[in-house]
Structures are given as structure tokens and as C-alpha cells.
Design a binder for this molecule. Structure first.
Ligand SMILES: [Fe+2]
Length: 165
């Protein structure tokens, strides 16, 4: 069954949301690089690439259903942060907002019996759970490090090796 117009519109909106995420993570990556925390910068750069892949996945989905892809405007992301915690809080907020948006599309797909969109959104829902957990865990680890610069650098090195937490 073809997709409903509401679902097509919502997925087109989500493409822009994912592009915003990619943009925001690039800004965060640059900010961490300026703090000499290259490991964090590396992690956030990978996150940006992942968001771009999410946008591409949605574009392919619409294409494969012969639905039109409509690119929306993407606004400027936050670029200045008062502290590492403030920057990580932005990461958490980006992921939480993304989760709400994905859940709304899933709900719409269910309501309108767009089963292929429903299945696609299930994949995104699982991804969001992982992303949110990681963002919160990173914040918790940075808070644990507190004023201990050595502990922060160990964390940064872990990210630099792509190990994550
Ligand atoms: Fe995403």
C-alpha cells in the first residue's frame, strides 16, 4: 500500500530534522576541538555522519515508495557553549527531540496503517534508545570526572580511539 500524504510530509520533515542533527553535531565537534578535546570532537564528528546516513535512509525510503522528496530549510545549530556540561546537555536535547519526532511519525504511521513506514520507524526508535543512553552516560561520566582534568583526558582518549563508553 502506498504512503499517505501525512506520512510523506512527516518523513520529509524528518529528513530536515536529521540534517539539523548532522549540522548541530558538526558545530559541537568543532567546539570540542577548540577545547583541545579531540576525542570528543572525533565522537561528535562520527555522530554527524550518522545523522546524515539517517537522512539518506529516509530519502531512499521515499524514493523506493515513489513518494516525492522535499528538502526543507535547516536552521543554524547552537555553536557556543559555556561549559562541557552545557555542550553535552545540547547533545541530550538533540537526541530527546529526535526521539519525540520519530515517535510521532511512528504513531502517525500506525494510525494511517502505513505499515512499511511503521517498520522503518521501529528501526529509528531502537537507534534513538541507544543514542539517548549514550548521551546521558557521557554526561554522567563527565560529571563523575568533575574537576579532575586527568579523568577527563582519559575519557577523551577513549573517544579518540572510537571506544566510546
Ligand atoms: Fe538520527
Amino acid at each position: 500500500m502506498s504512503l499517505t500524504q501525512d506520512v510523506i510530509d512527516a518523513i520529509n520533515d524528518q529528513i530536515a530534522n536529521e540534517m539539523f542533527g548532522a549540522y548541530a553535531y558538526l558545530a559541537l565537534s568543532l567546539w570540542f576541538d577548540a577545547q583541545a578535546l579531540e576525542g570528543f570532537a572525533h565522537w561528535l564528528g562520527s555522530q554527524s555522519a550518522e545523522e546524515l546516513q539517517h537522512a539518506e535512509k529516509l530519502i531512499r525510503f521515499l524514493r523506493d515508495h515513489d513518494a516525492p522528496v522535499r528538502y526543507r530549510s535547516v536552521s543554524a545549530p547552537p555553536q557556543q557553549f559555556d561549559s562541557i556540561e552545557a555542550a553535552l546537555q545540547t547533545v541530550i536535547e538533540i537526541e530527546e527531540r529526535n526521539t519525540r519526532q520519530i515517535h510521532a511519525i511512528y504513531h502517525l504511521a500506525l494510525e494511517q496503517a502505513c505499515h512499511s513506514a511503521e517498520v522503518l520507524m521501529r528501526w529509528f526508535i531502537e537507534q534513538q534508545a541507544i543514542e539517548e543512553k549514550f548521551a546521558r552516560q557521557t554526561m554522567a561520566r563527565v560529571k563523575l570526572a568533575g574537576d579532575d582534568r586527568g579523568a577527563l583526558l582519559v575519557l577523551d582518549q577513549q573517544f579518540g580511539r572510537g571506544e566510546g563508553l
